[in-house]
Structure formats: C-alpha cells, structure tokens
Design a protein around this ligand. Sequence first.
Ligand SMILES: NC(=O)c1ccc[n+]([C@@H]2O[C@H](COP(=O)([O-])OP(=O)(O)OC[C@H]3O[C@@H](n4cnc5c(N)ncnc54)[C@H](OP(=O)(O)O)[C@@H]3O)[C@@H](O)[C@H]2O)c1
Length: 237
Amino acid sequence: MSRLAVVFGGSRGIGRAVSQLLAQRGHRVVLLSRNKEAARATAESLPGEKHLGLSCDVSKEEDVQRAFETISKNCGTVGYLVNAAGINRDALLLRSKSEDMLSVLQTNLLGSMLTCRGALRSMLSHGGAIVNIGSVVGVKGNSGQCVYSASKAGLEGFTRSLAKEVATRNIRVNLVAPGFILTDMTAALEKEEAARRIPLGRFGEPAEAAQAVLFLLESPYITGQVLLVDGGLRLAL
Ligand SMILES: NC(=O)c1ccc[n+]([C@@H]2O[C@H](COP(=O)([O-])OP(=O)(O)OC[C@H]3O[C@@H](n4cnc5c(N)ncnc54)[C@H](OP(=O)(O)O)[C@@H]3O)[C@@H](O)[C@H]2O)c1
C-alpha cells in the first residue's frame, strides 16, 4: 500500500537514500532540509510523481509547525516519518563552544522531538511508523564527540519512551544507529585509517543504511528497537 512518507534531512546523504528507496517502493515522499533548492532538486530526481521538496529547519518550532500544516493541507495523512536531519560539531568538550553545543542538541535531539510531535497528530487516527537516525557513538560514546554522542543517546531514550507512549495507537518508533557512512558528514575523514577499525573493513553506503530504515518502517511487529548498521564497528569500540 502506498503511503505518505516524510523525510527530514532528505536532500542529501542517508535521508536522500531513504527517500529514493521509499519512492522506488511506490510511496509518495515529502523531503525537507534547510536548503529549499536542494530539497526540491532531490524530490524531482525521485522515481514516480507528486514528491515534494520543502524547506524546514528542524531546530525551529515554527518551521516544523509550518511544514506539517503544508503537508496536511497538500498531501494528507502521514504514514511514515524518518528523522535524518543531523549535524556534528566534533571537538573535545573543553574546546566546544556553547553555541555549537546548542546547535547540535537543537538539531539532532529537539528537532526530532518536534517533528515526531508534528507527525503524531497526523498518525493518531490511522497508525504509522517512525524511524529516528541515531549513531553508534550514541551507544558506545566517543572522545571528541561528547555533545554529538549525547544528542544521539538522548534520541535513543526518546525513541524507546515514545514507542511505549504511542504503541496502543498502532504507531511504531525505532532507531537506526549507523557507524561510518559515506556522506558529506564523513567527507573530511581519513577513510583508510578509519576503515581499519571497522570489522567489515569499509565505510557503509547511504543505501545500506536506508535499507535498515525501510526494514523498520515496514516491520509490523517491531517497536522501541535500536538497530546498528555499522559494519560491526560497535564490537571494536
Ligand atoms: N554519515 C555517517 O557516518 C553517520 C553516522 C552516524 C549517524 N549519522 C546520522 O545520520 C543522519 C544523516 O546524516 P548524513 O551523514 O546523511 O548527513 P549529511 O549528508 O550531512 O546530510 C544531512 C541532512 O540533514 C539536513 N539538515 C541538517 N541540519 C538540518 C536542520 N537544522 N533542519 C533540517 N534539515 C537539516 C541537511 O540539509 P541542509 O543542510 O540543507 O539542511 C541534509 O539533508 C544524521 O542524523 C547523522 O547524525 C550519520
């Protein structure tokens, strides 16, 4: 059955790969990012018709509210929500600036809370599925990523709690925790050295993370779970 899928952070990277997979499966996709042109261009590149690219900064409550008003007016009831909007500002805690700490928490953690709240209003009557994107460092921690790791660990607690809160309404909430995936976020990393730490010996492709997202969206009896997509990296950390 075709559903309306809303993908925050859908213009690039993992969110873009999720949008492509959802569109290939025949779902209608609304994808959002701060850069409106990039969101529109990605929406136009998807297979099928009626996909939409909108501008939205998930760290701003009024932006998220406006986005869901536009979606409900023009596209109908949300069936799937994917929260792939995220940023990192990696630094040792002692060198971290407060404004960077706030940006990371407001985008990665508060942003997903706001979008989930927005989508739930639409999902309550028909059920639905949500996948948040965490990180292996939210599970294991990492030096130089205290704030990023806290935002992702927070998202895990949020995911499990929300899963309990909305299960009786037939809404499932899960989290995919990627390791190193080849996107703009990891573009500056020295790949060979980092890959040596990964048991499978390589970075993941965005499509490989997207596959796990789709699995959780479509699995009717899974909720409140954290699924690592990390080439085994957790085992080595
Ligand atoms: N790549 C990895 O190795 C990796 C590993 C673990 C977890 N993750 C997580 O996976 C998610 C996707 O990461 P990625 O690697 O695909 O990153 P990416 O290639 O940098 O893409 C990030 C996406 O999020 C959007 N975005 C960023 N800030 C936003 C905001 N405030 N409001 C709305 N959209 C925003 C970006 O578009 P605009 O810039 O136009 O807004 C873009 O579409 C993130 O949550 C990241 O933390 C990634």
